[in-house]
Design a protein around this ligand. Structure first.
Ligand code: CP
Length: 327
């Protein structure tokens, strides 16, 4: 169930990041501009700042994660926050404690920022509605509904390779129906006036007709990626299928929808290949494409840390303004 929550405080500062839909383009530009300042070349010194010194960040991941969890942890540590990674399987939620009792318990230990991933829609917003006035909540992936920092890191990656998205054709390929990544990418790209956004996949994995306004739906992979500037492959999200029998056979899926080097030749010669991870090589993408010269998949990961540093640094203004934490 979708839950509305005000993401800005009374001074117009970012407090929570739950979804991109209700933030204006200027707010997203503020995050992207700050993220660009936190980007340093891989192999060089990682960016650091002490803006979150004295703040405590708790990572609560009630669904599996490699990239987002590690990225938020590194981002918070590089801003000098104290970081708590709750082992949810060993927490008292396993004994029946409600998520809000877990949150209130950690809030009593002076956690200032909750980073939350959950399999149910509305959980990050419900937490945001109930925490103390100085506390912030960041959505790290919410069911199939929203993954706002992923949407921002994808936009940043596209802009750094292609500049203004207004003239671009972006093809998102795969299981879009179950994808929070696709929903947040759609929100981010639409706000920046993307030229054409194509949703490409088998009919049963395309979203409902009343969602993803302004997009073009295609079921033939070859048509969908022809002439595209950006091809974003998505994993088949087996964990979100109501009926196990509806999960596509991996070999048959790769035969029809796998992104191979041969198919990628249909896109523009300078097209970039993206994937949010985790990848299933040989299912939605061929390993040669994932590791090939057009792939920017590892850059997406690097950009993700910068985006999360930027979001954490911006919400710090709210904490400082309400709690008097030293800047
Ligand atoms: N892209 C993404 O959310 O990856 P993880 O599930 O590893 O965090």
């Amino acid at each position: 169930m979708n839950v509305d929550v005000e993401q800005l405080n009374e001074r117009g500062e970012l407090r929570h990041l739950i979804n991109l839909g209700s933030l204006d383009r200027g707010r997203l530009e503020e995050i992207l501009d700050l993220a660009a300042r936190y980007l340093t070349p891989v192999g060089g010194a990682a960016p650091r700042d002490d803006i979150l010194k004295g703040c405590t960040v708790a990572n609560l991941f009630f669904e599996a994660s490699t990239r987002t969890r590690a990225s938020f942890e590194l981002a918070a540590k590089r801003l000098r926050a104290d970081v708590l990674n709750l082992d949810v399987n060993m927490s008292s939620r396993a004994k029946g404690e409600s998520i809000m009792d877990t949150i209130f318990t950690l809030q009593a230990m002076q956690v200032d920022i909750f980073v939350v991933r959950d399999a149910s829609t509305g959980v990050p917003a419900r937490i945001a509605q109930q925490v103390a006035p100085h506390v912030c909540v960041l959505n790290a992936g919410e069911s199939d509904a929203s993954h706002p920092t992923q949407g921002l890191l994808d936009l940043l990656t596209i802009q750094r390779h292609k500049g203004d998205v207004g003239e671009l054709c972006v093809a998102i390929v795969g299981d879009i129906k179950h994808s929070r990544v696709a929903r947040s990418a759609h929100q981010a790209l639409t706000k920046f006036g993307v030229g054409e956004l194509r949703l490409v996949g088998p009919a049963e994995l395309l979203p409902e007709n009343d969602s993803f306004a302004g997009t073009v739906r295609m079921t033939a992979l070859e048509d969908g990626i022809r002439g595209a500037d950006v091809v974003m492959a998505l994993r088949v999200q087996r964990e979100r299928f109501a009926e196990l029998g509806d999960i596509p056979d991996p070999q048959e899926y790769f035969r029809r929808y796998g992104l191979t080097a041969e198919r990628l030749e249909l896109a523009r010669r300078d097209a970039i290949v993206m994937h949010p991870g985790p990848m299933n090589r040989g299912v939605e993408i061929d390993g040669a494409v994932a590791d090939g010269p057009q792939s920017v998949i590892q850059e997406q990961v690097t950009n993700g840390v910068a985006i999360r540093m930027a979001v954490l640094a911006l919400i710090h203004r709210h904490i400082r303004g309400t709690q008097g934490v030293a800047a």
